[in-house]
Write a protein that binds this ligand. Structure first.
Ligand code: PLP
Length: 459
């Protein structure tokens, strides 16, 4: 078979056998899939040899680019020792070394140094990191002998993953509503979505009416609530919704005041995305549980951690017969190859001054966002460091949204694709989330192509 026939065969087999995530397969099979064979730095190559700028970091995971030598080498070296062994009843060298390095970084990032965060529980994706945090909080109160704390408090527009526990604390209707009858009880607080304030207020005149609403729920129901879960600074999958400054600290204060655990889901924001190592740092907030995944291995391998405080961990200590053990674990927990990749990533972060070098790129991104905000169908451009969203609106004056069926975000993404940029929208929000190491030149290219696409599709 020639190369062309080989490629057609791959496309056909993909359509015949693969069910893609978050994808309407009827559309997928009517289209020609882009099949990636290779990556280099911020680019992806398909089977026809076409290159695409990876504008969403391969779904937000890639930080240092593709085929980063140090990470490649670390995995190859670990492969010569062992690929996988279990953490249930055994430990492994990369998992131990990573825990030490990660704890050092967590402790130097959070104020006060060292923070109360001190114990690492491994799993393998963002959703499991969240499940672990939810189950730990739930059981913590039982171990403390406090009854009735059976529910969680979560935010409208929140996204914490796709497993059922994570969906229970999710608040994105389009993804989550269908599963309503399966979900456990949660209390909801307003999304800090100033552009479309649920309470019809304007920041800062509102004096955080959304926090007052949250406090109302807590004052009535804190006795039933084990913990609050939040994406610090930016609700990512909900539409790149950035919270106003001071909001996160207000949430921390409410959790402390009403004695519920604060779970920070930094699966998307962790490891430098927002311009600091962790988003919580921007407001000097220390959560009781911290969930990390996406960027942890630089986008190489599935790995996640849930970091807990000593106080939480200590509550699970007891005699074997007392059954205080945390009965949770996954087959690939603490996978040595993934941990080796993560160690290499933390070393790169330390050496290459990634955060310092991001500063100018964030400025470029922010000035582009204010530039495109002038366009006739851009409602708002917003960002937290190198995570950005451009919300397209049908009518700028009334903020009327495009109907879902218009696929406006997708049309912009397809246009960009024709011009060598791969992006994936969230409804009407165009998402930009390039690898943190993107060069200024490639960042400018990404921004130019996306701006042209927005103009071409909306004007
Ligand atoms: C992506 C994401 C998750 C889920 O992570 P998966 O690895 O896709 O399971 C959870 N929380 C946040 C904030 C995320 O962005």
């Amino acid at each position: 078979m020639g190369i062309l026939e080989d490629n057609r065969h791959l496309e056909e087999i993909d359509k015949r056998y693969i069910w893609h995530p978050f994808t309407q397969m009827k559309e997928w099979i009517e289209d020609t899939p882009i099949i990636i064979t290779e990556g280099k730095e911020c680019f992806l190559k398909d089977i026809y040899g076409r290159w695409y700028l990876d504008g969403v970091s391969s779904l937000w995971v890639n930080i240092f680019g593709h085929r980063k030598k140090e990470i490649d080498d670390a995995i190859k070296e670990q492969l010569d020792n062992i690929a996988h062994s279990t953490m249930l009843g055994l430990s492994n060298v990369p998992a131990i070394k990573l825990a030490e390095k990660l704890m050092k970084i967590v402790n130097s990032s959070f104020i006060p140094h060292p923070s109360r965060l001190s114990k690492i529980f491994y799993s393998d994706n963002g959703s499991t990191a969240v499940e672990v945090a939810l189950k730990m909080s739930f059981q913590y109160w039982q171990h403390k002998g406090i009854e009735g704390k059976h529910a969680f408090l979560s935010l409208n527009n929140a996204y914490h993953g796709d497993t059922i526990g994570a969906v229970s604390v999710g608040g994105v209707g389009i993804f989550h509503e269908a599963f309503g009858p399966l979900l456990f009880k949660t209390f909801n607080a307003p999304s800090p979505y100033c552009y479309r304030c649920e309470l019809g207020k304007t920041f800062p005149e509102c004096s955080f009416a959304c926090l007052a609403k949250m406090e109302e729920v807590l004052s009535l129901h804190a006795g039933e609530i084990a913990g609050l879960i939040i994406e610090p600074l930016i609700q990512a999958a909900g539409g790149m919704i950035t919270s106003p400054p001071g909001y996160l600290r207000g949430v921390r204060e409410l959790c402390t005041k009403y004695n519920i655990l604060m779970i920070a889901d930094e699966v998307a924001t962790g490891f430098g995305r927002t311009g600091k190592m962790f988003a919580c740092e921007h407001e000097e907030v220390v959560p009781d549980l911290l969930c990390l995944s996406k960027g942890i291995t630089g986008g190489y391998m599935p790995l996640a951690v849930t970091v807990a405080t000593d106080e939480l961990y200590d509550a699970f200590l007891g005699e074997f017969r007392e059954l205080k053990t945390f009965f949770h674990g996954h087959s690939y927990t603490g996978n040595p190859l993934a941990c080796a990749a993560a160690i290499a990533c933390l070393d790169i972060s330390g050496k290459e001054e990634i955060l310092d070098r991001m500063k100018n790129k964030i400025r470029i991104l922010e000035s582009w966002l204010s530039d495109v905000s002038e366009l006739g169908h851009v409602g708002e451009g917003r960002n937290a460091g190198m995570m950005a969203g451009v919300e397209l609106v049908k009518d700028k004056e009334s903020k009327q949204a495009y109907d879902w069926s218009e696929k406006i975000g997708w049309r912009v993404a397809y246009h960009a694709r024709e011009n060598g940029v791969f992006i994936r929208p969230l409804g009407n929000v165009i998402v930009l989330m390039p690898p943190l190491i993107i060069s200024e030149q490639n960042l400018n290219k990404l921004l130019q192509v996306v701006k042209n696409a927005i103009i071409a599709v909306t004007e």
